[in-house]
Design a protein around this ligand. Structure first.
Ligand code: FCB
Length: 434
């Protein structure tokens, strides 16, 4: 099963409203974070040591196209940071690439660690709070070849990477996310539209080809062709160990992870909703007990029947692409996750794939409005970060889906902010969704 394309074709709560507080020698943090998000593999380009790069290259592949140069953000990251700042946002979420920092087991690239440390420092220079993700889906090719999250050593390996990278970064970072959506593979198992058997066969053949290319008999990734459930305890352990490693570097660093959670509606009396939640979220809700916050990532609403998710009712409002129009989903998820965990909530991703930016222009105020309403109802909400800053490499779907506030020319890499970017910027400057 693969869920990389599930939507496509293929402790600061108490400080809400309080003045910004800075530790001695540290930048003041905004009262409410307004930002845009990216991920290394999706924007940097030529991430050649990553497992997913390899899966894009092998024959057969399930990727619509290879990531190639992506948005060339490896070289153009200053431009990206400048755009975030010029829009009037106050934070930038990006990820660091494990496979660049540790291209071979135990061999760390100081040059790449410095590269990411420069981005953190530059964000601060531009008045932006850097939110750093340590794992956004990709792992080094050697890690996958060594069994990925099935490898009993995987929590130690991940924590070692976080510690090494963290040494140069943690001082300037505003919030650290160990993992991006480590529950996504679990969620895919409840989908209304399981991937066709032919696709799954192709995925397995692709992973077998990647294993051969790596001389491995256990090439594995969380969102691959294997049952993810046995891997989850190791991912949760990796989160805990990484959190401890980061805290050992800086005891007051807010650490969390982000979860993929749609708004959910039980459509029958004996709905599987609670069973689904126990399966897809509970292991992580237990893993975040000692975290400072939970990152929430919402892309719509799920209707849960007796066994799994079902199609939305025929009469729901629809978007141009046929999906349900329901921007307020994110506010409901913010409420649910706070109620389930007691933690402050940071919306680390929310957005839509829209060819026509006017949809996004309408979407953002409604989505943000639902988040601010949750905050006004008493939920400690730390901020709203939109996915995505740039039109980028959307995994299996390649460069097809357009989630960006900013268009990127595929030949020149020229960035052009869309009207929706101005909308989010105005909201950030006024603090009001309307
Ligand atoms: C999320 C991912 C992000 C992006 C959006 C559309 O699941 O975290 O990288 O692909 O979906």
């Amino acid at each position: 099963m693969n869920v990389l394309n599930r939507r496509g074709v293929l402790g600061l709560g108490a400080a809400m409203g309080a003045a910004a507080v800075a530790a001695p020698g540290r930048a003041a943090e905004p009262d409410f974070l307004w930002g845009a998000a990216t991920a290394g593999h999706q924007i940097e380009g030529n991430n050649v040591n990553a497992d997913i790069w390899l899966l894009e290259q092998v024959d057969p592949t399930v990727f619509a196209e290879p990531s190639g140069d992506a948005c060339d953000s490896l070289h153009r990251w200053r431009e990206d940071v400048a755009i975030v700042s010029a829009l009037g946002l106050n934070c930038y979420r990006f990820s660091i690439e494990w496979s660049r920092i540790e291209p071979a087991p135990g061999q760390f690239s100081q040059a790449y660690i410095d590269h990411y440390a420069r981005i953190v420092a530059h964000c601060r220079d531009q008045g932006l709070a850097p939110i750093v993700t340590f794992n956004h889906f990709t792992t080094p090719r050697w890690f996958a070849a060594d069994g990925g999250w099935e490898n009993p050593d995987s929590p130690d390996l991940f924590a070692r990477f976080c510690e090494r990278a963290g040494r140069a970064l943690t001082d300037g970072v505003s919030h650290a996310l160990t993992f991006n959506e480590p529950n996504l593979a679990l969620g895919g198992r409840w989908s209304a539209n399981p991937l066709p058997a032919a696709f799954q066969d192709r995925m397995s053949a692709s992973i077998a080809a990647a294993a051969r290319a790596s001389s491995s008999d256990r090439f594995s990734l969380l969102m691959g062709d294997r049952d993810p459930r046995p891997m989850i305890p190791k991912v949760v352990a990796a989160h805990r160990q990484a959190r401890a490693a980061l805290r050992s570097l800086r005891s007051d660093l807010p650490v969390g992870l982000s979860l993929a959670i749609p708004d959910e509606v039980a459509v029958v009396a004996d709905s599987a909703l609670e069973r689904k939640r126990a399966d897809v979220y509970q292991p992580f809700f237990e893993g975040v007990v000692d975290d400072e916050f939970v990152g929430v990532q919402t892309y719509g609403r799920d209707y849960v029947g007796a066994e799994k998710s079902v199609e939305p009712p025929a009469d729901v409002p629809r978007r141009a692409n046929g999906k349900e129009w329901f921007p307020a989903a994110v506010g409901n998820v913010v409420r649910y996750v706070h109620q389930a965990t007691g933690k402050p909530i940071l919306v680390t991703e929310n957005g839509i794939d829209a060819e026509d930016d006017l949809e996004r222009v309408r979407f953002i105020p409604e989505a943000v409005g639902s988040v601010l309403a949750a905050r006004d109802a008493g939920v400690p909400v730390l901020g709203y970060i939109h996915w995505s800053l740039l039109d980028n490499f959307e995994w299996l779907s390649g460069y097809g889906p357009k989630y960006g506030l900013v268009a990127v020319d595929r030949q020149t890499f020229r960035r052009t902010p869309k009207p929706s970017a101005e909308v989010l910027g105005r909201i950030a400057r006024t603090g009001r969704a309307t």
